[in-house]
Each structure stands twice: as structure tokens, then as C-alpha cells.
Design a protein around this ligand. Structure first.
Ligand code: 3H9
Length: 702
């Protein structure tokens, strides 16, 4: 059995301490320990009250997610919490740290809750494709009302101890030692002879909400907007509706159990739990053990204060790390710092930040035009434009001033890191830190290891990623790294499909329906069609040598339709709007381009569009694994979900591919190869091998 509960009696109080490191999930041993502990306390005449608390940084992190889908020993969670709630002696939860999911539900079964200011409570089940299935959907609305309970459960976000107290989730905010505060609280109850308080028996808040359908209509609208295509939110809303309308606790629990079971069986649940573990797995690097020494990053420097440099600087400022940002001249520096200030001001206007927080962040930002000023930074990141020669020169300048041992990093999105490392005499300190735009928003950080990057440099960079609140994934050094290398096939296919008969709007709609936040052409408009067009002009590429998949975009650029920035690209953007409208003129340009290329257009089914856009990702993903650029399939999934908007509910491209069946995908890839030819449809050897063995990508991680 996993985990345990320590039991001790202090005077007239039984103290039960959950011990299941690192975060005390409700594994079999914990459930057994709670079940036995409460029985023991009830049988002991000396005991007048029970306190339940957690060892270490968590109270209880929730149900043990790793037990889902398999058989588990010991009493069930419901048996345990029913025993706690039914106790005739008062049970007090002393919430010392994180009380999430089943953890908060256990606390809600206790008769009272005392919380530490540093603790956090939340019901994050929705993020795992689940609902609070241990009475949370029935007890929380009784405690705080349907509206607040829904906000809480649909966002899945935690709230700190003081807010939990304000909301009425906790009865006391502890000052000083938590267990002592809980003992005092218990003795007060005993002295007053207060009855045990069972939330299940309270219905005042529910009666106030009965008949108010507006709460649920609003919740459904919010869920449709913020959690598009998710199954669990509607299940949660139905449970709270049942709590409010049925009134009877056990009848509400029945609805909760039915809906929990539906969520548990849903493929989204499996995919989201795969993501939960994958985001933690990516931190594990076989040849860089967890105990590898790492450096403390107390100061950072960023070279370049354009879109990327400014965003990267904000990442550091947001977590309190002082930054020196360098630009070539004062004008560019002022402009860059002005943009950072404006971005923070917008946060204030939206109520997401206070003036004081902005002042604090701007107070630890220093601008310079002098490389010498970078000499105290523990990490120096270049974020200048993508040109290998300029980057090599920049690395020479960086190393000339950087202090010994400082990490020298490049934000390149695909250039050869080893060439930059070779320009320095300390290649062991060189690493790629590829942030995604907007850097202060996007969660992904691709950490690129060069041939000579030391274990210490890698360990420091991965830890830095976590500190910057990013999901850091290690990639090998090869063109495009993991993400952009895979993306190339996707965007090229989209370009080809429109020449063969689809419209850009059909392709975008197919990808939107799949769950992407935007389609490939909407993405092109956002990034700017002019980037590729200008690069081709600078390189002197003749019109006839422009890749056919870029021909339409180049024609649009010749008409000064660069995308969102000029209010016209593949779409038309009405004044101030980011929502584009389809444009018949673009369809004409596409059709005309097909004709020029001698391509006969035909109707292309949505299913073909989807397969042709997604399968190149999977085929290339297999090659990336084979080349050792990504460590595991789950690393690719984490990259695609956090950096490229791949829908989280699919579990990422490699997990999704396993769910579709690799044999079907390989068959389609071969068919597309026969029909369209090209390297993109040459099956990756790993894909063929896995199909021959009847295995999936997941088998590579077993
Ligand atoms: C639920 O409760 C359903 C019920 O309503 C109904 C049931 C009937 N189980 O994140 P960290 C592991 S659903 C198993 O790096 P942090 C994690 O994998 C659950 N393992 O630490 C990692 O392992 P490793 C609702 C878990 O301090 C290690 O613990 N609860 C669980 O950054 C450390 O984790 C949630 O959704 C778990 N529940 O963050 C909470 N939780 O070291 C999910 C963690 O081998 N957990 N592990 O890689 C979290 O949000 C964060 O882990 C937490 C700690 C905030 C608790």
C-alpha cells in the first residue's frame, strides 16, 4: 500500500498526519490510514476531537491520479470520507499546504477547517477532464452558493488561505503554528459543546439559488468560450444544478457519481492525465540526474529589446529576477522599454496587476547600450534576429564580457547552436533557450543542448524554466529543433491543399474544429506574410523559384496585404478587429495560381484536409525520436500543446496518433505518398517498425 497516516494522541486530541511524499495524494495506504485512524479515535474514550493534517508541503494533493483506470487496494475514498463526516466527535482539518481536488473534498467532510495563510485550496479536476467526485460538487455549493462554487470548479484554479477564509471555505485563518491553532480551535468547540457541523445537512445557500437559471446559463456560456470542446465542464454544471434543484444530498451525490463515471471513461480524461504526467516527465533527463549541481540565477541580461527580447525580459521581471537589457542605440532601447511598460500598463487596465507591482517590476529593469554592463549577469540571452553570422558575432561579444560560469544562451528558433558555441572558448556554458512569442505569455521553453553543453548548464536551464513558470523541454540541436521542424510539413501541406481545391477558409475551419486556436492561414496573417516574402526578396529568389506553397502569400504581399498588421492578408480585418472575414478576392487569387501551375482543382473532403495537415507532424515526430532530438514521445506532445496550440484534450500529436491507431495512419501516409509523392509522405522507419510490432509511441516510454 502506498502512503500512510501517523496517529498520535495529544491530551484529549487525536492527531492524524498524512504522509505520502511529496504531495500526499490519497493513495491506498492513506485511505486505509484515515479509515483506521477515525475508528481508533472513536473507540478511545480519552479522545474528544480529531485533527487531520498533512506532512510536508501539501495537505492532500487529491486522489492518486496514477491509480485511475486500474484496481486499487484499501477502502474507497467515499468510504473514508463518509466515516470522517459521520464521526460523532468533531473532526477538524488543519490545512497546512495544498488541498486540491479530493484533498479539499476530504477537508469539506471534516466538520471544521483551520487553514494556514500559505496553504492553497482548489478543485482542479476540470483540468484533468474530471469533476470533483468525492462530494465536492454537492458540498461546495452548500457552503459558498452555486455561483462561487461553479466559478471555482470551472476555472480549476487554487486560492490562497486568506481567500479561502474570506469565502467561508475555512472557519479560521491560523496565526502561528497551525496544529496548535487547530488544537485550540478543537478545545473551544469541546468547551462550548458545539455540535458537529456537517455541510451535507445545510441547504440555506441552495434554497437561495433555487429557480435561478441565469447562473447556469452564464456558466455554460463561459465554459463554451473558455473551455471549448471540453467534456467535463457540462458534467460539473449538471451536478451543481442537481445540488440546487434536487435539494436532497444523496440524490445529488448520485448525479455526481454518474457524471464522474462518464468523465472517467472519456478519452479527454486519459489525454489530460497523460499531459499532467508528461509535463512532469519532461523534467527528467536520463544523462542529467536530478541531483546534478546547478547555478543560482540571481541576475539576467537580454541582448535585443524587440518583441522577443522584451517578452523574455518580462518573464524574468515577473518572477523578481533583475534584468539588464541591451540595445544597439538609445532610440531602440527607449522604444523597447516603452513597449514593456505599455504591456504592463495594459495588465493594470485589465485589473490583472497593480500599479505597485508594475513599479516593482520596472524598478529591477535596467537598459544599456554597453556590453560591459552585462558582466554581472548569471545568464545572458541573445534575442536578436535570425542570422547565423550576426549571432556568431554576438556570442563573441557576450563571452568577452560575461562573468566566468555565466550561462550564454541563444533564443534562436532553429539555427545551429554549435556554430554559436564554437565562437566562444566556453562551449560548455552555451545553450539554446527558445521562448515562444509572446514570450511572457506562452508556456513553452525549448531548451536546446549543444554538443558540448555541460550537465550543469542543462540542469540550470531546466530549473530556470520552472522558475520562470514555463514548461521546459529539452531538444537536441538540429534545424528547427522539435517544434519548428515538425511545423514545416504542416504549413507546407496547408499551402498545397489550397492549390489543389480547398480554400484557405476551409482548411482553417477544419483545424479550428479539431480544436486548434487558429488555422494555418490565420496563423500566417498573425505572424505576417511579409516575413518570408522579404527574406526571399533579400535573397534575390526569382518568382519562378518561389516554392509553390508560398506563391499565394507572395501575391498577397505584392498587393501590400501582409496580414493583420495591414488589416488584410488571407482575411480582411475590419478596423480594430482581430477576427478576420473571408475574402472572395483571395479565393480568386488561389484559383488563378492553381491555373498558372496547371493544377486541376477538385473538391477536397474535410477529413482529407485534417489528415494531410496532421500526419506530417506525426511522421516527422517519429523521425525526431529516431534521431534522438526529442527524448520521449511525451516531450513532443508537451512541445506541441504548450507552444503550438495543439488541443490539450488530444494529449498531443503522438498520444493522439496512438489513439487513432498507427497502422491506420501509416496506411494513409502510404496512400498519400502514392498520390502526391514527396519526402513528407515517406514513412518514418520508426513508424513502420512500431506498426510491424503492433505497438504505439507510448510503448517507447514503458
Ligand atoms: C481528484 O482528486 C478526483 C476526486 O475529486 C474524486 C475521486 C473519486 N496523484 O507537480 P509536482 C506527483 S483528481 C498522484 O512536481 P509541485 C507528480 O506527478 C486529482 N501523483 O509538485 C510528481 O511526481 P514526480 C485532483 C501526484 O509542488 C510529484 O507528485 N488534484 C499527484 O510543483 C510532485 O508534483 C490535482 O489535480 C496526484 N494527485 O505541485 C492536483 N499530484 O516527482 C494535481 C502530484 O514523480 N497536482 N503528483 O514527477 C498538482 O497540481 C501539483 O502536483 C501540486 C504540487 C500543486 C499538488
Amino acid at each position: 500500500m502506498k502512503g500512510t497516516v501517523h496517529y498520535e494522541v495529544r491530551d484529549n486530541i487525536a492527531l492524524m498526519t498524512i504522509d505520502n511524499p511529496p504531495v500526499n495524494p490519497l493513495s491506498s495506504g492513506v485511505r486505509q490510514g484515515m479509515f483506521d485512524g477515525i475508528a481508533k479515535a472513536l473507540a478511545d474514550n480519552q479522545v474528544a476531537a480529531v485533527i487531520l493534517t498533512g506532512e510536508g508541503r501539501a495537505f492532500i494533493a487529491g486522489a492518486d491520479i496514477s491509480e485511475f483506470g486500474g484496481a486499487s487496494a484499501g477502502p474507497g475514498l467515499h468510504e473514508c470520507i463518509n466515516a470522517l463526516e459521520a464521526s460523532t466527535k468533531p473532526v477538524i482539518a488543519a490545512i497546512n499546504g495544498t488541498a486540491f481536488g479530493g484533498g479539499l473534498e476530504v477537508a469539506l467532510c471534516c466538520h471544521y477547517r483551520v487553514i494556514a495563510a500559505t496553504a492553497q485550496v482548489g478543485l482542479p479536476e476540470v483540468k484533468l477532464g474530471l469533476l470533483p467526485g468525492a462530494g465536492g460538487t454537492q458540498r461546495l455549493p452548500r457552503l459558498v452558493g452555486a455561483q462561487k462554487a461553479l466559478d471555482f470548479m470551472l476555472s480549476g484554479d487554487g486560492v490562497p488561505g486568506p481567500m479561502a477564509y474570506e469565502l467561508g471555505i475555512a472557519d479560521e485563518l491560523a496565526q502561528g503554528d497551525l496544529v496548535e491553532a487547530a488544537i485550540n480551535f478543537a478545545n473551544n468547540i469541546i468547551a462550548k459543546g458545539s455540535p458537529v457541523r456537517r455541510i451535507r445537512d445545510e441547504d440555506g445557500k441552495l434554497l437561495a439559488d433555487r429557480g435561478n437559471t441565469e447562473i447556469f446559463d452564464q456558466a455554460r456560456k463561459t465554459a463554451a468560450r473558455k473551455m471549448r470542446k471540453r467534456f467535463a465542464p457540462e458534467m460539473i454544471i449538471q451536478c451543481v444544478e442537481a445540488a440546487v434543484n434536487l435539494g436532497d444530498f444523496d440524490a445529488g451525490m448520485k448525479v455526481e457519481a454518474e457524471n464522474f463515471s462518464k468523465c472517467l471513461k472519456h478519452p479527454q480524461r486519459e489525454a489530460l492525465i497523460h499531459m499532467f504526467f508528461s509535463e512532469r516527465e519532461v523534467a527528467k533527463i536520463p544523462d542529467v540526474p536530478r541531483d546534478t549541481a546547478s547555478q543560482d540565477i540571481a541576475q539576467a541580461a537580454v541582448i535585443g529589446c524587440g518583441t522577443m527580447g522584451g517578452g523574455i525580459s518580462m518573464c524574468f521581471l515577473n518572477v523578481g529576477i533583475p534584468v539588464t537589457v541591451l540595445e544597439l542605440n538609445q532610440e531602440a532601447l527607449d522604444r523597447g522599454i516603452g513597449v514593456i511598460q505599455r504591456n504592463y500598463d495594459i495588465q493594470v487596465q485589465r485589473g490583472r496587476m497593480s500599479e505597485a507591482q508594475v513599479k516593482q517590476r520596472m524598478g529591477i529593469l535596467t537598459g544599456t547600450t554597453n556590453y560591459e554592463d552585462l558582466n554581472t549577469a548569471d545568464v545572458v540571452i541573445e534575442a536578436i534576429y535570425e542570422n547565423i553570422d550576426v549571432k556568431v558575432e554576438t556570442f563573441k561579444k557576450m563571452e568577452a564580457v560575461a562573468k566566468p560560469g555565466a550561462i550564454l544562451a541563444s533564443n534562436t528558433s532553429g539555427l545551429d547552436l554549435d556554430k554559436m558555441a564554437a565562437a566562444t572558448s566556453r562551449p560548455e556554458s552555451v545553450i539554446g533557450l527558445h521562448f515562444f512569442s509572446p514570450a511572457n505569455v506562452m508556456k513553452l521553453l525549448e531548451v536546446v543542448r549543444g554538443e558540448k553543453s555541460s550537465a550543469e548548464t542543462i540542469a540550470t536551464s531546466m530549473k530556470l524554466g520552472k522558475r520562470l513558470k514555463k514548461v521546459a523541454v529539452l531538444s537536441g540541436n538540429a534545424p528547427g529543433f522539435i517544434g519548428n521542424r515538425m511545423l514545416a510539413g504542416y504549413t507546407r501541406q496547408a499551402g498545397e491543399i489550397i492549390l489543389q481545391g480547398a480554400t484557405p477558409y476551409q482548411v482553417d475551419n477544419v483545424m479550428l474544429n479539431f480544436g486548434m486556436p487558429m488555422g494555418p492561414f490565420q496563423m500566417n496573417d498573425l505572424v505576417g506574410l511579409d516575413l518570408g516574402w522579404r527574406a526571399r526578396q533579400l535573397a534575390g529568389v526569382k518568382p519562378e523559384d518561389v516554392p509553390i506553397t508560398a506563391r499565394v502569400a507572395d501575391k498577397l504581399c505584392n498587393m501590400e496585404r501582409f496580414g493583420q498588421k495591414t488589416s488584410r492578408g488571407f482575411y480582411i480585418y475590419p478596423e480594430g478587429s482581430r477576427a478576420g472575414q473571408a475574402d472572395p478576392e483571395v479565393v480568386e487569387i488561389v484559383e488563378q495560381t492553381s491555373a498558372e501551375l496547371g493544377i486541376t482543382r477538385r473538391e477536397i473532403a474535410d477529413e482529407e484536409v485534417l489528415k494531410r495537415c496532421l500526419y506530417p507532424l506525426i511522421n516527422e515526430g517519429a523521425r525526431i525520436l529516431e534521431d534522438g532530438i526529442a527524448i520521449r514521445p511525451c516531450d513532443i506532445d508537451v512541445v506541441y500543446i504548450n507552444g503550438y496550440g495543439f488541443p490539450e484534450v488530444t494529449g498531443g500529436p503522438m498520444f493522439w496518433a496512438d489513439q487513432q491507431g498507427l497502422d491506420t495512419i501509416l496506411g494513409d501516409i502510404k496512400n498519400f505518398g502514392e498520390e502526391y509523392g514527396g519526402d513528407v509522405w515517406k514513412p518514418a522507419p520508426l513508424l513502420e517498425r512500431l506498426v510491424a510490432q503492433g505497438k504505439g509511441f507510448g510503448s517507447l516510454q514503458e
